[in-house]
Ligand binder design. Sequence first.
Ligand code: HEC
Ligand code: HEC
Length: 122
Amino acid sequence: MRFLTTLLFLTAMTVSAQDAPKQGGGRGGPPKNLKVLKAEDERAVMGAMRGALGQRCDFCHIQGDNASDENPKKLVARNMMVLVNDVNAKFPDGKAHVSCYTCHRGKTIPDMMPPPAAPPAQ
Ligand code: HEC
Ligand code: HEC
């Protein structure tokens, strides 16, 4: 988890203070349903994921219940956290190089190809 957290934290710092996620598992209490993250990292990572996909919290969460797994996007996101950890674990220097933003760049579905009209680099 170190990998993901470290890099996502850097991304999180680009989120302005007033956009910072509100505390807690929906009612300000400790998180109840974390399967990948550590509780102390939850806030920073949520802010970073929001920025990476260019979406609001309710893209992945059911309004008022952040612990619920009913929104299928949340399950995709959780799998992608594992994916990012796996990729980073394979870098020989042991550092985090890949984050959600590496692929997503502010979009929900990353681009597979460059835009067709892109001119060749000179
Ligand atoms: C891209 C999807 C995504 C976005 C956007 C997102 N979250 Fe999450 N959130 C998740 C996932 C996945 C988990 C569970 C992580 C785990 O299992 O370790 C989670 C867990 C949480 C939890 C812990 C709930 C509990 O009790 O277990 C809170 C609180 C939370 N998110 C708040 C937020 C807030 C506030 C925002 C907006 C700033 C936000 N999230 C944006 C996917 C997202
Ligand atoms: C290696 C590239 C890559 C990385 C890194 C990555 N994703 Fe994705 N993600 C994708 C691709 C590609 C898709 C679209 C898959 C498809 O078309 O079904 C996707 C789709 C998603 C979706 C579903 C979007 C939708 O509208 O259905 C969510 C949510 C998501 N990613 C969250 C995350 C989060 C959160 C992270 C970081 C923890 C992350 N992704 C990291 C490549 C990546």
